[in-house]
Write a protein that binds this ligand. Structure first.
Ligand code: C5P
Length: 219
């Protein structure tokens, strides 16, 4: 499997707080590839609408906001605010928003030397020919505990049960939508991080990717 000559693409998908974002960053650093967290692109659309006091359910307005997103100016700190995630998953159900963002994400992946992209539909829709695909998952309870610890650390006050309910609501929306639902690509390597710390998950991911790279060089 090869996407484009001179491009090596690593696709990482999974649900909220599975560890995929941190893993994607570490993997990109390890191999020296650019990294795109595609969740930030959906968050940026949602934030634009919220700031401009526009509704989250108008596809035309949301698609217009999506067309104006600049991948070079995605501010992780601004876009990580807790409420934005839920709004992002609402705009992410709209096909016109997805089309506009997927076009930008693909262009990023198809620029040599390639890239690491993480999201919900990278291996299935954005880069179906990616060289390696990982599907990173963990139980809803483990994911909620991680996210809750991060929120407390940042000074937030949501309870664990509120965080768990938010994660389940987002899972349902992301897995249940008609356009590009969250699911593992058929050729994805599954990595369940429920019982792993980030160092263990990173080592597991690197051994999967190194094996795939070695197999690719011999085929
Ligand atoms: O990954 P993150 O939690 O930042 O993503 C926020 C939301 O954006 C997700 O819940 C999902 O609805 C949407 N998303 C998506 N496709 C992607 C990345 C994110 O639908 N590739």
């Amino acid at each position: 499997m090869k996407s484009l000559p001179n491009c090596y693409v690593i696709a990482i998908d999974g649900p909220a707080a599975s560890g995929k974002g941190t893993l994607a960053r570490l993997i990109a650093e390890h191999y020296g590839f650019p990294h795109l967290d595609t969740g930030l692109t959906y968050r940026a659309v949602a934030r634009t609408l919220v700031i401009e006091d526009l509704p989250l359910d108008n596809e035309e307005l949301a698609a217009h906001a999506a067309a104006n997103i600049d991948l070079a100016h995605l501010d992780r700190d601004l876009l990580s605010a807790y409420g934005i995630a839920d709004a992002a998953s609402q705009v992410a159900v709209m096909p016109a928003v997805r089309r506009a963002l997927v076009e930008k994400q693909r262009a990023f992946a198809e620029t040599p030397p390639g890239a690491v992209l993480d999201g919900r539909d990278i291996g299935t829709v954005v880069c179906p020919d990616a060289d390696v695909k990982l599907y990173v998952t963990a139980s809803p309870q483990a994911r909620a505990e991680r996210r809750h610890a991060e929120i407390l650390e940042a000074g937030g006050s949501e309870s664990l049960s509120e965080v768990l309910a938010g994660i389940r609501r987002r899972d349902e929306r992301d897995m249940g939508r008609a356009d590009s639902p969250l699911k593992p690509a058929e050729d994805a390597h599954l990595l369940d991080t429920s019982e792993m710390d980030i160092e263990t998950a990173f080592r597991a991911a690197i051994s999967i990717i190194d094996a795939a790279r070695a197999a690719g060089q011999h085929s």
